[in-house]
Design a protein around this ligand. Structure first.
Ligand SMILES: [Fe+2]
Length: 203
């Protein structure tokens, strides 16, 4: 089985002016595609993994053969994270968390404003390349970040929202101003999808 680039649910221009079309197109067709190509290439060197799902690979990294483990961690992670990222974005601005998720944010993370501040800080202070996440672990919400293309599922956590803070995600429009990218990104979060992720994490 070969992994393939998923289609986006919206056009490259759809997230303007918050995320520009050129960044979206290069991010999707070049960066995401490269992770997929490199993942497929790594799997050619480990044919015994050919029928495994991406979830399986990323939650069983330590059991993978040495010769492909890092390639799968980085490129499988890259494919997983980007596929996840496209789905939690929407051109429909001004959406909000559903009741179940909002209640849980208030319970575990004080309130929406405090949560957004903590998440933005995690994204801003992630040194180098990586991701900020809102995760569910043992029934509780928390904010964290990971380096490179690591995903919290490899540590038994269930991500429901994620933000790519690799420079390739924002540099064309925002250059060194990661804080402006983060601030603008909140406008295009697909809260319906994040709420759906939360509901399935609870199940
Ligand atoms: Fe990216």
């Amino acid at each position: 089985m070969k992994f393939e680039l998923p289609k986006l649910n919206f056009s490259y221009t759809a997230l303007e002016p918050y995320i520009d079309a050129q960044t979206m197109e290069i991010h999707h067709t070049k960066h995401h595609q490269a992770y997929i190509n490199n993942l497929n290439k790594a799997l050619e060197d480990a044919p015994e993994l050919g029928d495994k799902t991406l979830d399986y690979l990323l939650t069983n990294l330590e059991t993978l053969p040495n010769n492909v483990r890092n390639a799968i961690r980085n490129n499988g992670g890259g494919h997983y994270n980007h596929t996840f990222f496209w789905e939690i974005l929407t051109p429909e601005t001004g959406t909000a968390p559903g009741n179940s998720l909002m209640t849980k944010i208030n319970e575990d993370l004080t309130n929406m404003a405090t949560f957004k501040e903590a998440f933005s800080q995690a994204a801003l202070t992630r040194f180098g390349s990586g991701w900020a996440w809102l995760v569910v672990q043992e029934g509780k919400l928390s904010v964290e970040s990971t380096p490179n293309q690591d995903n919290p599922i490899s540590e038994g956590k269930f991500p429901i929202l994620g933000l790519d803070v690799w420079e390739h995600a924002y540099y064309l429009k925002y250059q060194n101003k990661r804080n402006e990218y983060i601030e603008n990104w909140w406008n295009v979060v697909n809260w319906a999808k994040v709420t759906e992720n939360f509901e399935s994490a609870k199940a």
